[in-house]
Design a protein around this ligand. Structure first.
Ligand SMILES: *[C@@H]1O[C@H](CO)[C@@H](O)[C@H](O)[C@H]1NC(C)=O
Ligand SMILES: *[C@@H]1O[C@H](CO)[C@@H](O)[C@H](O)[C@H]1NC(C)=O
Ligand SMILES: *[C@@H]1O[C@H](CO)[C@@H](O)[C@H](O)[C@H]1NC(C)=O
Length: 550
């Protein structure tokens, strides 16, 4: 059946039979109550009705969700008057109304390559009102959205400012009436740009009609580049440039990285599934049974601080409690996993009590995988943040490692953890829980939702579709990402279809907290700094005692 305003009458007709018929002589107030009830019901149902959105098909019966909740509850009814007939059982378990997008069928897409770019004509812009309430309050890291957009709060964002980001952006993305257009400037590293755009397309499927028209510039490189002091002379032109991480000196706007939708080049699957795998994987080896060392494996040649870490590896002369391994090429890592080296599967890598996180060029995508391990994360002092890491607290979610004295810092951390296993485990668990619960895909989308909505509010110009842009849509992207990827395994398409949002959200996004007060931020920085200093004090005490003994 076609969803539309007409379904309203049908639903009312369906329910009318259980309404207790009003007897003659029913008090006027009761009659009035029922009258308003009917009005309320009608208003509610019509608010649920979709526009004739041809691109959505209804899966179950077109019955609005939770009608029994919205209507007066049975117990309230009995208070007014015993219903003649008991409520039909069906009403108590109304099926959830599930709308699904048509399935994406890529069969034959490779043969008709030039057609895959066309996006289906969706007719009128769909409007969608989630049936359920909001997901509740957003995790606290959402409040950084206000902080990230603060530089433009007073001035708003002009076209000139957006254009200012063009010099380093990989692409411009335009959302206009729910459709997405991309103007490419330069190739990105690997498939970062593709999967980022894919993520935004999925956001639009999750919240159709709820993302404002906008234009933004996106830079897929690692390092943040927008230093406000460079623009201070002409404050008007500070570019809002989207990227995956930021640092203290820059004002780039942070956005969830591509790996949440998959990293095809090294076979890291979309986060939604991987997250669940990791949760299961954590049960394989209990913390006590994990190796009592601090483990790191990666490419040390991208940053001096990583080369420095190599000196902390166990040697004939000293065991710092660290086990450090070099893996320059991520493809090697992938090949290992292809050859059945089970340990290379991320979900099964949580074999050590301590896992070192150390930045490379900038922040590293590996952070969430390390934090999700139930091991305790040894965080070498980070200089960059991504969208969620600002909610991490030392000694709550990680153990801080002094980047100027890594080896001694690691050795002390390992000693501490082995002597305080309960406390160490609690830290490991808190981090896993944060990643599992607060960085779920629902929240990743909600973060994008709020960020783009707040950004959209600041725009002081009418977004335009540039002549040089192409429209992108899930259908075209998923089907074109066929044999193109480096491994030739069709992983791009596989990951896209795996992370495809199949139906709009049943709930509204979570509610974003208000901006930080400046004292609040000061306190936050101070608290973290004090905790880190406390650990450094313990450390130096430990080494002083050690030297005295030695
Ligand atoms: C319905 O009944 C419940 C429990 O009896 C009560 O808490 C609630 O306030 C009532 N709702 C209305 C709208 O009267
Ligand atoms: C692909 O595009 C070219 C040129 O635009 C056209 O000549 C050709 O027929 C198209 N192929 C298919 C299979 O549609
Ligand atoms: C670190 O030590 C381990 C154990 O001796 C060794 O297998 C590994 O290759 C070393 N790593 C580096 C980077 O030398």
């Amino acid at each position: 059946m076609v969803p539309g305003r007409n379904s309203m009458e049908i639903i009312i007709a369906k329910f009318s039979h259980w309404w207790p018929p009003l007897k003659k002589g029913t008090p006027a107030t009761l009659r009035a109550i029922f009258f308003f009830l009917v009005l309320f019901l009608a208003a509610y149902i019509s608010s649920l009705c979709l526009d004739t959105s041809a691109f959505l098909s209804i899966k179950n019966e077109p019955v609005p969700t939770n009608v029994e909740v919205v209507l007066v509850r049975p117990e309230n009814l009995t208070k007014l008057e015993e219903p003649r007939t008991p409520l039909p059982a069906k009403l108590q378990t109304l099926p959830e109304r599930v709308l699904e997008f048509p399935a994406i069928d890529c069969s034959g897409a490779d043969e008709r390559k030039n057609q895959t770019r066309t996006c289906p004509d969706r007719g009128k812009e769909p409007t969608w009102e989630p049936a359920r309430g909001s997901r509740g309050e957003c995790p606290s890291y959402f409040r950084w959205i206000h902080e990230d957009l603060k530089p433009w709060k007073a001035s708003g964002i002009t076209r000139e400012m957006v254009e200012g980001g063009r010099g380093s952006a990989n692409f411009r993305l335009v959302i206009k009436k729910g459709r997405v257009y991309v103007e490419k400037f330069r190739k990105s590293i690997q498939s970062r740009d593709k999967f980022t755009i894919w993520g935004i397309l999925q956001l639009l499927r999750k919240y159709p009609g709820k993302i404002p028209d906008l234009e933004l510039m996106f830079d897929c490189e690692d390092k943040p580049v927008i230093r406000p002091e460079k623009y201070s002379a002409e404050a008007a032109a500070l570019p809002p440039l989207f990227r995956y991480c930021g640092d203290r000196r820059t004002v780039d706007v942070v956005f969830p990285d591509w790996s949440f939708w998959g990293w095809a080049e090294i076979n890291i699957r979309p986060w939604d599934k991987l997250q669940k795998e990791m949760k299961e994987g954590n049960k394989i080896i209990k913390w006590e049974e994990r190796e009592p060392y601090a483990y790191w494996k990666g490419n040390p040649f991208v940053a001096d601080t990583r080369k420095d870490l190599l000196t902390c590896n166990v040697s004939d002369r000293h065991d710092w409690g660290a086990r450090i391994f070099i893996q320059v090429n991520l493809l090697d890592w992938f090949k290992e996993s292809q050859q059945g080296f089970k340990e290379s599967s991320l979900a099964k890598q949580c074999k050590h009590r301590y896992k070192i996180y150390i930045e490379g060029y900038a922040w590293s995508v590996s952070e969430k995988y390390i934090l999700a391990c139930d091991s305790i994360t040894f965080m070498v002092k980070p200089y960059y943040y991504d969208f969620f890491t600002r909610s991490l607290e030392p000694l709550v979610h990680y153990w801080p490692i002094n980047d100027r004295d890594k080896c001694r810092s690691i050795e002390y951390g390992v000693q501490w953890g082995n002597q305080n296993p309960e406390k160490a485990q609690a830290i490991g668990r808190a981090a896993s829980e944060l990643i599992q619960e607060k960085v779920s895909m629902d929240y990743v989308y909600d973060y994008m939702f709020h960020l783009l909505n707040e950004y959209g509010k600041l725009l002081r110009f009418e977004p335009q579709v540039p002549a040089a842009s192409v429209e992108v849509c899930s259908e075209g992207m998923a089907c074109s990402g066929g044999g193109e990827d480096v491994l030739g395994l069709g992983l791009e398409r596989k990951f896209m279809l795996e992370s495809l949002v199949k139906s709009p959200s049943l709930s509204r996004p979570c509610e974003i907290g208000h901006p930080f007060e400046s004292q609040e931020l000061e306190k936050y920085y101070k608290r973290n700094l004090n905790t880190i200093r406390r650990v450094q004090k313990w450390e130096s005490q430990y080494w002083q005692d050690f030297e005295k003994q030695g």
